[in-house]
Ligand binder design. Structure first.
Ligand code: FMN
Length: 357
């Protein structure tokens, strides 16, 4: 089934593999999804400049089909004089796991969004998507280089900004979605918009003329048809592709995904300092039970990076395990091309089953 999204992106199926920062969207995964007729997307957020170039080159080597790259553009949070100290609870977790105390800072030198965009455009990546911020500062440059631009919205107002700034696509990210909330309008800590996919997609479809990609909690062909029925031009699947054989998710992460269900995730800022949906593991439980506040984004992630890395080597109870609410439907690992094929077959079956007039 072709939708306006397919024509705009030059792909065969209205299926986008979501960018997933952390090293999970490998060139092999991105290329496999694009080769299968969808659009694979590299996560370019918080990737060092030379690594970004290498990932793009490797993906290009594996596929001649279109693929995308995603950049995170959060408003900077300048450290203030009253900036909190690293929570002592991190030291107690290190002790519990037998990790060295006071490790070297996990802070890495990442390119600015401008620099990362330059790398992507110079390499002629055909689609650039943005999250955590409006694409406004980057649209003109991307278009001049021949790239299409997608922006991520969690409210109608954000979708209207994505359209007004000249972007080509809008991703409607519902509250079921795994990973960070992409919310970029200012929000009060207790008023983060958490609009579910079912409510958000038709609201955005009504408000903008751009093709809309639905994201959040969608795991199978039923969800794909539902999203199209709501007016979306396609679906951006994240969690489903974490379990693709080609994803970079290590065995501990995969085991947690397979064991989890629809009740297993929580929206929390304890992992990175910014609200995100992930599996409620020992790390989240301990922070929540102790009432400890995390450092502001992105300092919390850097301060705990040694813990996250070490825990992924064992049971991932102390790692970041971002995932969406559709987890009960994540039942097995399979090649990415098989996932795309299965989604399309299920979509057809669902359409065949729908009552005809
Ligand atoms: C592990 C993980 C990492 C993510 N990282 C990013 C990212 O770097 N950029 C982005 O725009 N979205 C990111 N997302 C959100 C996805 O784009 C998408 O909104 C979400 O996966 C959809 O929900 P689902 O996981 O239920 O399919 C991430 C999601 C997950 C699960």
């Amino acid at each position: 089934m072709r939708t306006p999204l397919c024509d705009r992106l030059g792909i065969d199926a209205p299926i986008v593999q979501a960018p997933m920062a952390g090293g999970w969207t490998t060139p092999a995964l991105v290329a496999a999804v694009s080769e299968a007729g969808g659009l694979g997307t590299l996560a370019g957020g918080r990737v060092p400049a030379d690594e970004l170039g290498r990932l793009i080159e490797e993906t290009r080597r594996l596929t001649g089909k279109p693929f995308g790259i995603n950049l995170l553009d959060p408003a900077p949070t300048a450290p203030g004089p009253e900036d909190p100290a690293v929570p002592p609870i991190l030291q107690s977790i290190r002790q519990r796991l037998g990790l060295p105390a006071n490790p070297q800072s996990g802070a890495t030198d990442y390119p600015s969004t401008d620099e990362a965009l330059e790398i992507a455009l110079a390499a002629k990546v055909p689609v650039v998507s943005f999250a955590m911020g409006s694409p406004r500062p980057y649209v003109e440059r991307a278009h001049a280089a021949g790239a299409l631009v997608a922006g991520t919205a969690t409210t109608v107002a954000e979708a209207e900004e994505v359209e007004a700034c000249g972007a080509d696509l809008v991703v409607a990210q519902g509250a079921e979605a795994g990973g960070h909330r992409s919310t970029f309008a200012e929000w009060r800590a207790d008023e983060l918009p958490l609009v579910g996919t079912m409510a958000l997609v038709p609201a955005i479809v009504d408000a903008v003329k751009l093709p809309v990609l639905a994201a959040g909690g969608i795991m199978d062909g039923r969800g794909l048809v539902a999203a199209l029925a709501l007016g979306a031009a396609g679906v951006q699947f994240g969690t489903r592709f974490l379990l693709a054989s080609e994803s970079g998710a290590p065995p501990s992460y995969r085991a947690q995904l397979l064991a989890a269900d629809e009740t297993s995730t929580v929206m929390t800022d304890v992992f990175s300092g910014r609200p995100a949906r992930g599996i409620r593991n020992a790390f989240a439980r301990l922070f929540h039970a102790s009432g400890t506040r995390p450092l502001p984004y992105p300092r919390q992630g850097a301060a705990a990076s040694d813990i996250y890395r070490a825990s992924l080597e064992t049971d991932a109870e102390w790692a970041i395990l971002f995932a969406g609410q559709g987890l009960r439907l994540a039942t097995r690992e399979q090649p990415a091309a098989e996932i795309v094929r299965e989604l399309l077959e299920e979509m057809q079956e669902v359409l065949n089953r729908l009552p005809t007039r």
